[in-house]
Design a binder for this molecule. Structure first.
Ligand code: AMP
Length: 180
């Protein structure tokens, strides 16, 4: 089954003004209720990385976990988690990042990756890029390198993917949507 962007986009549901006014929330839950769309996106991601030199997939909390687990299983790669503050047990490293109002933080376990590892970061959507850049900082602090960032949806108007690329990290998005 070949990847059909129009079909996949038609399955993603847009919820206007949620969770706050002005945001067009791109709801990916219908993708997981539609086996054809899920097959198309997972196959497209797996094919991209089947011969790559990545050694680990870093999955971002929480919607990023779902497709990362499929990729890790199919590519026979270890999966590590980048979680919101306070969710991971044991020894962790934390990185703060700014939101429109205030700050947030993500954490990784200190033994998640190490020197010499080449990590693919995956999240469902890139908006401002703050979450992914914080994840990349953690991965580098642990001694590993970031091979690429993969995502389903890029919101290019928010400049997040441009910021990530300016930081020297390639971005691969399956599709883009206009606006916030
Ligand atoms: P950012 O750090 O600004 O790139 O935000 C990315 C995270 O926020 C992702 O994990 C997304 O799940 C979520 N997010 C931000 N904006 C949207 C949106 N318009 N629709 C759906 N999810 C969003």
């Amino acid at each position: 089954m070949s990847y059909d962007e129009c079909y996949v986009k038609s399955v993603i549901r847009t919820i206007p003004d949620w969770p706050e006014a002005g945001v067009q929330f791109r709801d990916i839950t219908p993708l997981f209720k539609d086996p054809k769309a899920l097959r198309m996106i997972s196959d497209a991601l797996i094919q991209r990385y089947i011969s790559s030199e990545i050694t680990h997939i870093a999955a971002i909390d929480a919607r990023g976990f779902l497709l990362s687990a499929i990729m890790a299983h199919q590519l026979n790669l270890p999966l590590v988690m980048v979680r919101k503050k306070g969710k991971l047990p044991g020894e962790t490293l934390q990185q703060e990042y700014s939101l429109e109002y205030g700050t947030s933080a993500v954490e990784m376990q200190t033994d998640a990756v190490t020197e010499g590892n080449r990590v693919l970061i995956f999240d469902d959507l890139i908006a401002t890029g703050g979450t992914v850049l914080a994840a990349a900082t953690l991965i580098k602090k642990l001694g590993a390198s970031v091979h690429e960032v993969a995502t389903l949806i890029d919101l290019p108007d928010l400049q997040g993917s441009a910021r990530i690329q300016e930081a020297g990290i390639p971005v691969h998005a399956l599709m883009a949507f206009e606006g916030h």
